[in-house]
Design a protein around this ligand. Sequence first.
Ligand SMILES: O=P(O)(O)OC[C@H](O)CO
Ligand SMILES: [Mg+2]
Length: 234
Amino acid sequence: MAPKTSISHVIFDMDGLLLDTEKFYTEVQEIILARYNKTFDWSLKAKMMGKKAIEAARVFVEETGISDSLSAEDFLVEREEMLRKLFPTSELMPGASRLVKHLHASGIPICVATGSHRRHFELKTQRHGEVFSLMHHVVLGDDPEVKQGKPSPDIFLAAARRFEGGPVDSQKILVFEDAPSGVGAAKNAGMYAVMVPDPRLDISFHEAADQVLSSLLDFNPNDWGLPPFPDTTI
Ligand SMILES: O=P(O)(O)OC[C@H](O)CO
Ligand SMILES: [Mg+2]
C-alpha cells in the first residue's frame, strides 16, 4: 500500500517506463547469446536493465560465462549496430503521454533520469519531442555527475539538484521506474518509487517499491497528493 504523502516533483525513468525500448535490448541480446548456444532469460534481464551500457555489458558477458570469447566492449560494439536501427522506431508506453502532459499542465516540475547515453537518447526520442519537451531537464547516463549507474543514487540526486530552486528534498520526489536497479537507486536517494514492471520480471523485485502498478494508466495522482486527472474530478 502506498504511503499518503505530498509530492512536489516527479522524476521519470525512460527505457521500459516512458518508452517501450527494453524489448529492443532483449531482442538483440537473445540473438547474440544464441550464437553461444545460450538463452537470455529474465533473471539476467533483471540484473542488466536500468544500468549504464558498460555496466550492463559486464553483467551480460560475466553472468553468461562468455567473457573469454566476447569482451564487454566488443559486446557493445556488436549490439550497437542492431540497436541503432531499432531505436528510431521506439513507441511510448501506455499512459506515458497522458501522465506527463497532466503533470506538466498541473505545474508539477518533471524530468527524466535515464541510464541511456546521449546518442541513444536522441535516437529513441526523435519521434517523441511533444512529450520530452515538457521535461524541465534530462539527466543521462553519460553525464559527468553520474559517476555510477543505478542502483547508485547518483543520477536521481543529480536530477533533484537541477530542478529550479534545487536541490529538491528527496522526500518530496516521486520516481517512476520499471527496473529493480532503478527502484534501488530511487530508494538509495531517499525518494519514493512507483514501479511499473514488465509482467515477466520476478515479483520478488516488487518489494523495494512503494507502489507497484501494471501500467501507468493505473496511476492515481491522489495517492501521492498530486492533482487528479481532469476526468476524475467531481
Ligand atoms: O531504464 P533507463 O531509462 O535508465 O535506461 C537504461 C538502459 O539504457 C536500458 O536498460
Ligand atoms: Mg528503465
